[in-house]
Design a binder for this molecule. Structure first.
Ligand code: GLN
Length: 543
């Protein structure tokens, strides 16, 4: 079967959940036995999301192949339970960069380089490249909202693709908002009509309208939208607000969305096997009890910055039949006098990854609190580095221990710049970094970690070598390892050549562990990352 393409655009306003809609449709089609992939096209000019501020843009999601991508790829991986990579995310910046590089190289032989056809051709190639493995269906999510200036080349490219690939191979789904006006007690369809009209003005006629709404759309409203938007009467669906994002695939299924897609794209008519999603929902709705977990970080005002972390904690709860209640604590505001009131009554403390020195002392105070009060603790990347600094300062009594990230001239760099390591180390790592185009400064993507069996990490992983995803520059300085070990810290995860510390934990503590990598990027609702599963389990035992 030739790959069929589903293009998902959004109208009216942003944040309607296009990424989740794409992931949920993907999950339903996969449950029908189809081979599915998803790609996100981001209209902004940044070449990749790696350098974007998490305060503005939310989390940078890292894939196995070391791509720094949009957080929607996290949804795709969690819902499809299959790895994504660089090929699954393109930005306008990357498209333009590639065209400009070609132009500089003389590839266009002096011709005038234009948005149409050069940029649009580049976009079409990017879209087609995602379906190289003979996928049955490729779902392409166009970021932004119809009407945005930046998104126009993408929309033009997907308009052309219907002509290029044939009508029967392309489907346009438009996600809009149908607001409920409380005062009038009515659902309003006008914004949807306008948005579909806007799309039509650039030559795209939506096939399916997916209406985000607080309430179910009745048949009259659906018929009205169908009439005004020129779609089949049974091609208007409610994307109703739900409590948990994991309810979306089943709500779409109950609406008949996957069925309609299958009919319109002439996909093999097979009922989806939804056992997995039923199981997830059952566990979600039947927790034994609740655990309260704090995330102590500096990006707490934009929750999207901790998206994968948030989900991995929920997944950890699902595996332990626990509801996870998250408290976001701003590390910037934590000090000695308000520490207790911020962290009291919690069964677990997590310090996430991050960059820069803001909020560091608050994190270190919180880690000390977890350590001396026997509160289960999980430190991720920067969180692990802070745990090391805390231990050095308060247990090893090196009061000025620090990371070179916060004090480049520190006398005791217990965490230090990886670049220096490169001179001593096997060149495998160096090559990886060069290939990733980051000038060797950032360790990105999946790397192996050897786990000590007689440790908490070993109990969690139940295997001696794992692959986990990284995104950092600094590393534990092994020069200090003997001092730490003498005082009870265990290095329970190391790189295969033993030069890099990947996991640290404490002997005399119910559950205290820090990892240099980000297990949250490999989490899905059926399988929480082992370290999250065990962290939540320990928190559950503390209830
Ligand atoms: N800033 C730290 C480093 O670069 C940690 C990064 C992170 O937490 N992802 O090593």
């Amino acid at each position: 079967m030739k790959t069929k393409f589903i293009f998902i655009t959004g109208g009216v306003l942003s944040s309607l959940g296009k990424g989740l809609a794409a992931a949920s449709i993907g999950a339903l089609l996969k449950a029908r036995g189809l081979k599915v992939t998803i790609q996100k096209l981001d209209p902004y000019i940044n070449v990749d999301p790696g350098t974007m501020n998490p305060f503005q843009h939310g989390e940078v999601y890292v894939t196995d192949d070391g791509a720094e991508t949009d957080l929607d790829l996290g949804h795709y991986e969690r819902y499809l339970d299959q790895p994504m990579g660089q090929i699954n995310n393109f930005t306008s910046g990357r498209i333009y960069y590639s065209v400009i590089t070609k132009e500089r190289r003389g590839d266009y032989l002096g011709g005038t380089v234009q948005v149409i056809p050069h940029i649009t051709d580049e976009i079409k190639e990017a879209i087609k490249s995602v379906a190289q493995n003979q996928e049955d269906v490729a779902i392409i999510e166009i970021g932004g909202t119809v009407g945005d200036i930046e998104g126009l080349p993408f929309l033009e490219a997907i308009r052309q693709l219907r002509r290029d690939l044939g009508k029967e191979n392309v489907l346009y789904i438009h996600l809009t908002l149908v607001p409920y006006m409380k005062a009038a007690g009515e659902l309003k369809t006008k914004p949807t009509q306008h948005s579909v009209k806007e799309l039509r003005s650039i030559g795209i006629q939506a096939d399916i309208i997916l209406c985000r709404s607080e309430v179910d759309l009745d048949q009259d409203i659906k018929s009205k939208i169908a009439l005004f938007c020129n779609v089949d009467p049974d091609a208007v669906f409610t994307a109703k607000d739900v409590k948990s994002i994991y309810e979306v695939p089943m709500t779409f299924y109950e609406e008949g969305l996957d069925q309609k897609i299958a009919i319109m794209l002439k996909l093999p008519a097979k009922n989806p096997n939804l056992h997995k999603w039923e199981n997830i929902l059952y566990r979600l709705h039947h927790p034994g009890s609740t655990v309260n977990i704090a995330i102590v970080g500096k990006y707490v005002d934009l929750r999207e910055s901790y998206k994968s972390l948030h989900e991995a904690l929920i997944h950890g709860g699902l595996e332990n039949e626990l509801e996870v209640n998250l408290r976001y604590v701003n590390s910037d505001k934590i000090n000695g006098s308000n520490l207790r009131e911020n962290l009291d009554g919690l069964e677990g403390i997590l310090v996430p990854g991050g960059f820069g020195s803001r909020g560091i002392e608050g994190k270190i105070l919180s880690i000390r609190y977890a350590r001396i009060n026997n509160v289960p603790f999980l430190g991720i990347c920067l969180g692990m580095q802070c745990a090391v600094i805390e231990y050095a300062r308060n247990v090893l009594e090196i009061s000025n221990a620090n990371s070179q990230e916060f004090d480049p001239d520190t006398e005791h760099p217990v965490i230090y710049l990886m670049k220096e390591w490169f001179d001593f180390r096997s060149n495998i790592l160096q090559k990886r970094c060069e290939q990733s185009n980051k000038g060797g400064t950032m360790r990105l993507g999946a790397y192996p970690c050897v786990v000590r069996p007689d440790s908490k990490a070993g109990q969690a992983y139940k295997t001696d070598q794992v692959m986990e995803r990284h995104r950092h520059r600094y590393e534990f300085n092994k020069k200090y390892a003997p001092d730490f070990e003498e005082k009870g810290m265990i290095f329970s995860g190391l790189s295969p050549d033993e030069s890099l510390v990947e996991i640290v934990e404490l002997k005399d503590h119910p559950w205290f562990l820090g990892c240099q990598f980000h297990p949250e990027f490999k989490s899905n609702p059926m399988h929480a990352p082992p370290l999250f599963r065990e962290f939540i389990k320990a928190a559950g035992q503390a209830v």
